[in-house]
Design a protein around this ligand. Structure first.
Ligand code: EPU
Length: 338
């Protein structure tokens, strides 16, 4: 099959920040053979960027290379004993997959309902929410190697997952294009209601034995209440990662700031709520030009109008500086900067 590359393509509707930037070259991929055709043209020797749902990217200007837009569709599953293997193509919308599983009574994805973005991006940053991470349900993924022109399969171990990270973001950044992901779900797994906000919303609804549908509905409700809808207000979810620090620095910090919000982790590490750190620096609800720090969740930076990517980036720099000078903590961006 041939592949069409268009020039000067508007990306405004392809990124959830709604930044009005252009791609010098753009190709929409609707089947795997299109990647082979692109490889044959030699395009991967030059700068390119893989776009999925556009929900984790900040375009700080026009992109001078090729945008490869992953849009392959398809979902299927097979059951083996107590497990179901669900395979979805890279261009599927993540939340559609969550509801496909709920409608088939396959548990495991419900806590991650309504996370914006695509299936292909889900392993890249090991998405997670409300007590569950992608790595808990990931089985394997199929990816196109832009160095060799071949398709390869990555097992869970090979992906090197950790908090909002994988080899696709580090060692192999920019090399592989994920075309499908297989999730392995235990058909009898227990619902995870460990996250406080889920339990209190279930209590409010007088639900004592929640189904996976109940959990997905409750999680969606919590997200809608707290987070801006990317359909109406440009944003990319959490802009920064929650910083993880070792016990020694944690002890000093908590002594100075007894209200610090944190979650203990294995190996004497502590994850700090970046939203709290940012709020303490006075940024919550603050608007500078077209950039608004979300009033209900300071970890989310929004485009309150016609913001440019560089305007948003500049504010994120200021937030990093303020958090560093008040707490001595250096925040890392979760969003990819392009
Ligand atoms: N907090 C504040 N002020 C704020 C925001 C948060 O004080 O403005 C404190 C509160 O004490 C709150 C705690 O931080 O209880 C945790 O906040 P929240 O439950 O909103 O979770 P988070 O740690 O800020 C993470 C993920 C979200 C995910 C939620 C729920 C990261 C970077 N973010 O946020 O993921 O939805 O947990 O599980 O890990 C995303 O990655 O884009 C994303 C939205």
């Amino acid at each position: 099959m041939g592949i069409h590359i268009s020039e000067n393509t508007a990306l405004g509707s392809f990124n959830t920040f709604r930044i009005a930037a252009f791609a010098a070259r753009y190709a929409k991929i609707t089947e795997e053979t299109a990647l082979v055709a692109l490889y044959a043209k030699g395009v991967f020797a030059n700068p390119f960027f893989v776009l999925g749902g556009g929900s984790n990217v900040l375009l700080t200007g026009n992109y001078q290379g090729l945008v490869v837009h992953m849009a392959i569709k398809g979902k299927q599953h097979f059951i083996e004993g107590n497990y179901v293997y669900v395979t979805a193509s890279g261009g599927e919308i993540w939340n559609d997959l969550v509801w496909y599983c709920i409608n088939h009574h396959f548990p495991g994805l419900e806590n991650m309902a309504l996370i914006p973005g695509s299936v292909g991006a889900s392993p890249v940053q090991n998405i997670g929410a409300y007590g569950v991470e992608l790595m808990d349900v990931f089985y394997s993924c199929r990816a196109f190697d832009t160095h060799t022109g071949e398709f390869v399969t990555f097992t869970k171990e090979a992906c090197g997952f950790s908090y909002r990270d994988s080899i696709f973001k580090s060692k192999y950044k920019g090399r592989y294009i994920i075309t499908s992901v297989t999730y392995k779900l235990h058909l009898n797994s227990q619902q995870n209601t460990s996250y406080g906000a889920i339990q209190s919303e279930l209590d409010k609804r007088l639900i004592s034995s929640p189904t996976i549908r109940d959990i997905a509905e409750v999680v969606s409700h919590i997200r809608v209440e707290k987070l801006p809808d990317p359909g109406t207000i440009g944003n990319a979810g959490s802009f920064f990662k929650n910083p993880v620090i070792h016990k020694s620095s944690f002890n000093t910090l908590v002594e100075k700031f007894p209200d610090l919000v944190y979650y203990p982790m294995p190996e004497e590490e502590y994850k700090l709520a970046a939203g709290w750190l940012i709020e303490q620096c006075g940024w919550k609800g603050k608007q500078v030009g077209n950039v608004l720090i979300w009033p209900k969740q300071a970890l989310v930076i929004t485009n309150a109008g016609e913001a440019t990517g560089s305007e948003i980036y500049a504010i994120s720099e200021k937030i990093i500086e303020d958090v560093a000078s008040k707490f001595g903590i250096s925040l890392e961006r979760e969003v990819n900067i392009l």
